[in-house]
Design a protein around this ligand. Structure first.
Ligand SMILES: CC(C)(COP(=O)(O)OP(=O)(O)OC[C@H]1O[C@@H](n2cnc3c(N)ncnc32)[C@H](O)[C@@H]1OP(=O)(O)O)[C@@H](O)C(=O)NCCC(=O)NCCS
Length: 192
């Protein structure tokens, strides 16, 4: 159940990767890439102050405020070989524990090595085998070839294209992808 992971988020593992919550010790790795503007081309903005200074991510500006536990799942992607944080992946905007959105970003030095595909497939396994989420959404700028490819390689169904809709901070044409629990289950049937 999603509620089981409200406070302690799960640690996932694949052949090459550990997928786990980030902490202060990851700042040096994040500093190498999180502030690079090319990551945000299709988010219609440049890197933010927090992304350029990832140490800020771990400073609580209002420690006296009791934080609400969150159902969102927000992980770093660690390459086992070097123990470096090379990416981030999240299931966010979870509604009624039933539907959520997927987001990911990778250090440009590690693009096109299949890292996001490997991480996302494991996240899908976790979500559909361990939580009650029934549907995951992916929204991808039509020009973002790498991300559209990730969606397809992971088995998301392209359900349509929104013309000049708002995505993050930009209006653009974007593809809507969806994966239902039943899509995931039937993929397991086909592959097993
Ligand atoms: C999108 C992103 C996360 C993909 O990460 P990645 O780890 O490189 O993804 P993968 O290697 O698993 O898959 C990318 C695929 O796209 C392909 N690809 C990359 N650039 C491409 C291009 N310009 N044209 C066509 N295909 C391209 C790769 O070759 C690979 O396919 P292959 O495995 O068949 O060779 C990464 O590019 C990124 O961080 N982009 C900036 C943030 C972003 O756009 N996030 C998604 C927002 S919706």
């Amino acid at each position: 159940m999603l509620k089981d992971y409200e406070i302690d988020k799960p640690i996932l593992e694949t052949d090459r990767l550990i997928i786990r919550v980030l902490n202060e010790n990851d700042v040096a790795d994040l500093k190498e890439w999180l502030g690079r503007d090319e990551i945000y081309t299709y988010w219609g903005r440049k890197a933010s102050k927090g992304e350029k200074n990832p140490e800020l991510m771990f400073i609580d500006p209002r420690p006296w405020v009791k934080r609400k536990p969150s159902l969102d799942l927000d992980w770093g992607i660690v390459l086992k070989e070097t123990n470096k944080v090379v990416g981030m992946i999240a299931v966010f905007d979870i509604q009624n524990a039933r539907m959520g959105d997927i987001a990911y970003r990778i250090n440009p030095e590690y693009w096109s090595m299949g890292i996001t595909t490997e991480a996302l497939k494991e996240v899908l396994r976790f979500v559909f085998e361990n939580t009650e989420i029934d549907r995951l959404n992916g929204r991808v700028d039509v020009r973002n070839a790498a991300s559209n490819k990730v969606m397809e390689k992971c088995g998301f169904i392209k359900e349509g294209t929104v013309r000049q809709g708002k995505m993050v901070s930009v209006y653009c044409d974007y593809n809507i992808y969806g994966m239902l629990r039943e899509d995931y289950m039937s993929m397991q049937g086909v592959n097993s």
